[in-house]
Design a protein around this ligand. Structure first.
Ligand code: ADP
Ligand code: MG
Length: 720
């Protein structure tokens, strides 16, 4: 039995299993071994119903039946009740004041219940248990779960990621069978022994056994640590390889002087912040050196990234050749994620450059522009794409701003020296080379982002970049007023909202859901939906105001149209899901209400709040939590104390784990990989080891398994 053996040669696979395995992308026994459990149930904690006594806090497993709701006869309080049965006995279950719980679960469902035993002897019942629906019971009801094994071993049962048609039990037994068939003998560890030894990590064989068939909690922890390290290490290898390749390529050396840049920035209507100064200096130090810059500029919305982009672009556009090897007439490409943003950057650049004889071009899917032109010295002129491309190719236009249209084949530069990227995470060495076309120099890169992620995640997914943090907001800007609003204060808040609208401002109302949810899931009903909330507001607090509804299920043109109406002030209040967090900029909007605020991560709330941070008017963010628990309120308070979004991302990670992170899913890391980023030491170790290995063996000649692992993991990531 080898890791490359198809699973179907190990075990007979029926159609349902075949489908499920295909969906999970598992074909070989090796794939199966790398399909790791998501968590464990410690079944030695489970009690059998027959053994329970009054007052105990218990976890029981069983099948539920006889669900119904009724009103308590005296208090008229709603009660949901049913029966749980685990093979030892059948016990009553009651939920008070939570009648929807009975409707959420169906008779016959397997469940895990965690609650308190109440009642009197002989008439015990389980009170207000939390319900977790299960696809199956952890072990067959007739075996050891209700007896205990008698040994010291904990009885941990692996739970795999849920999928239709295949159970955790199936995985458990199939993996066990693969072990029995000797697959581990053919397993070779891709990670060098010395590295495992340095961090005290189990080797692959041991780790596989420990993770799939653990005997002790310490085993699962050690094994998970190993696989988490392996994932981050594999990513770092790819990133460090990219970094080394970029670094060894040649680039255009930029020649400039401080005084020269000072003359440019002195014209700004504001002084640069210290952070902006530092960012410009970091970038200039890189670009004046012999190697291509690869730098990430992280800064909150409004921290002034565009001014940094403009100043460094100016340095490049006016770079003076001093030796035979230098070039003049260097060019800059500045790419934005949307047309609206590209146009905005174009207009900002015109402001920054209008006193200079430096041409600026704009290229988007819907047309091209140029500034200045002979006919129109003060405003941009529309020009044909062909004309623009000609001038870019012969070097007459040094600065080209655009959307993805910038990286099409037809766009050619004469001397592309510098690429600035706004919020695009998938822009790597390959894209840089592609942009440079036949030029054998690769352009310097400044990648700018406001996406609040913790440092460990940045080090992982941007492992090939150096990071500059723009951690200072421009002075004089009115900080946004953020307030948590409880039910009794709602009226006053709406009154304030109307006053803002009255004075010509606009607002956002954010809801956690799009539609009224499935009536079966009454729990979810508590989260406000965009559609019903818009209807409600239209009839009540915001009667007479123009409301628009925006959510992720709308088509892109419909969204765009609505956003245009909002930015043209044809809509007063946009009721939206969190889709507004990206790319929207309406300076006239000064208020944002966030319903169900505690459902969002702090960094996401911060992103949402960024929507009203642009205005020169005082802006307000009202957080409207559904629950008023102490923890909820304390967590929301962080939004008023944290200095920036990156700090909030650290809070998210520390307080609620990686699942809470902004766009946690979007990076494509596995759950274990996300676990790893909680651990700065591990991330740093993976980075250091990867850099050392790449230095020794740049293409991993001597480490074919690692090379494969690294390539395959990069295939599953999508840094966008
Ligand atoms: P970002 O792209 O980082 O979100 P912008 O570059 O769009 O931010 O800048 C936001 C606003 O702040 C712009 O109106 C810009 O002119 C202004 N701004 C930038 N730097 C400063 C500064 N140092 N002092 C005052 N205002 C600034
Ligand atoms: Mg910006």
């Amino acid at each position: 039995m080898k890791p490359t053996t198809p699973i179907s040669s190990l075990i007979r696979i029926d159609e349902a299993h075949a489908k499920a395995l295909k969906r999970l992308n598992l074909a070989t026994v090796g794939d199966l071994l790398y399909h790791l459990p998501a968590r464990y149930e410690n079944i030695s904690d489970i009690q059998s119903l027959g053994s329970l006594v009054k007052g105990q806090d218990v976890i029981v497993y069983g099948q539920i039946s006889g669900l119904k709701t009724r009103k308590a006869w005296k208090s008229r309080r709603p009660i949901a009740e049913g029966w749980i049965e685990d093979g030892t006995m059948k016990m009553k279950v009651m939920w008070f004041n939570q009648p929807y719980l009975a409707k959420m679960t169906q008779n016959g469902t397997y469940v895990k219940l965690a609650g308190k035993v109440a009642g009197s002897d002989g008439k015990l019942y389980l009170a207000n248990p939390e319900v977790e629906r299960l696809a199956e019971l952890p072990v067959d009801r007739h075996d050891s779960i209700f007896k205990g094994t008698g040994a010291d071993d904990e009885t941990l049962y692996p739970v795999y990621r849920e999928t239709r048609g295949i159970t955790s039990k199936w995985f458990f037994h199939t993996v066990k069978r693969a072990f029995e068939a000797g697959v581990l003998e053919h397993i070779v560890d891709p990670i060098p022994e010395a590295i495992l030894a340095r961090y005290n990590l189990p080797d692959l064989r041991t780790a596989l056994q420990w993770i799939h068939t653990p005997k002790k909690a310490t085993h699962t922890e050690a094994a998970r640590k190993r696989f988490a390290f392996e994932e981050v290490f594999a990513i770092q290898l790819a990133k460090q390889k990219e970094r080394a390749e970029t670094f060894s390529a040649s680039s255009y050396v930029v020649r400039t002087e401080d005084d020269h840049l000072r003359a440019f920035t002195d014209r700004f209507p504001f002084p640069l912040t210290g952070a902006q100064e530092r960012a410009v200096r970091d970038a200039m130090n890189d670009m004046m050196g012999a190697h291509p810059m690869s730098r990430l500029l992280e800064g909150d919305v409004g921290s002034g990234k565009t001014a940094v982009a403009a100043t460094t672009a100016y340095a490049v556009a006016t770079s003076r050749p001093r030796t035979d090897k230098d070039f003049g007439n260097l060019q800059i490409a500045y790419m934005a994620p949307t047309e609206i943003l590209a146009k905005q950057h174009f207009l900002s650049f015109i402001e920054y450059f209008k006193h200079l004889p430096i041409q600026i071009g704009l290229i988007t899917g819907s047309g091209c522009m140029k500034f200045p032109s002979k006919a129109k010295p003060t405003e941009p002129t529309e020009i044909s794409r062909a004309q623009l491309l000609k001038w870019v190719k012969n070097g007459e236009i040094p600065i080209l701003i655009g959307t993805h249209a910038l990286i099409q084949k037809s766009v050619e530069f004469k001397h592309l020296a510098y690429v600035i990227i706004d919020e695009q995470h998938r822009f790597g060495t390959q894209q840089r080379r592609a942009l440079a076309k036949k030029d054998d120099r690769i352009p310097h890169l400044l990648s700018m982002t406001a996406t609040p992620i913790p440092r460990t995640l940045a080090l992982t997914i941007y492992g090939d970049l150096d990071v500059t943090l723009l951690d200072q907001m421009p002075v004089g800007r009115k900080p946004i007023i953020t307030k948590t609003v409880l039910a009794p204060e709602r009226d006053a808040m709406y009154a304030h909202l109307r006053a803002e609208l009255e004075s010509g401002r606009q607002a956002y109302v954010i809801c956690p859901r799009i539609d009224e949810p499935d009536p079966d899931k009454e729990m979810a009903l508590q989260a406000k939906s965009v559609k019903t909330e818009a209807d409600r507001l239209a009839k009540k607090e915001l009667k007479g105001w123009r409301l628009g509804v925006l959510h992720s299920k709308m088509t892109a043109p419909a969204k765009e149209k609505l956003m245009k109406e909002f930015s043209d002030c044809k809509i007063d209040v946009l009721v939206a899901t969190s889709v507004v967090e990206v790319g929207v900029n309406v300076p006239n909007a000064t208020v944002i209400l966030i319903e169900g605020a505690e459902r969002f991560g702090l960094s996401q709330l911060h992103q949402l709040r960024g929507r009203v941070m642009r205005s020169s008017h005082q802006a307000y963010c009202y957080l409207l939590p559904e629950s008023t628990g102490e923890k909820t309120l304390a967590r929301l308070k962080a939004l008023t104390t944290a200095k920036n979004g990156f700090e909030l991302a650290e809070y998210d990670l520390a307080l609620r784990g990686s699942g809470e992170l902004y766009g946690a899913k979007q990076w494509g890391l596995t759950d274990l990989g996300m676990e790893a980023i909680k651990n700065m030491k591990m991330v740093e170790a993976a980075r250091t080891e990867a850099a050392a290995l790449i230095k020794k063996d740049p293409s991993l000649e001597d480490y074919p398994l690692l090379r494969e692992r690294s390539a395959s993991i990069m295939g599953t990531l999508h840094f966008e």
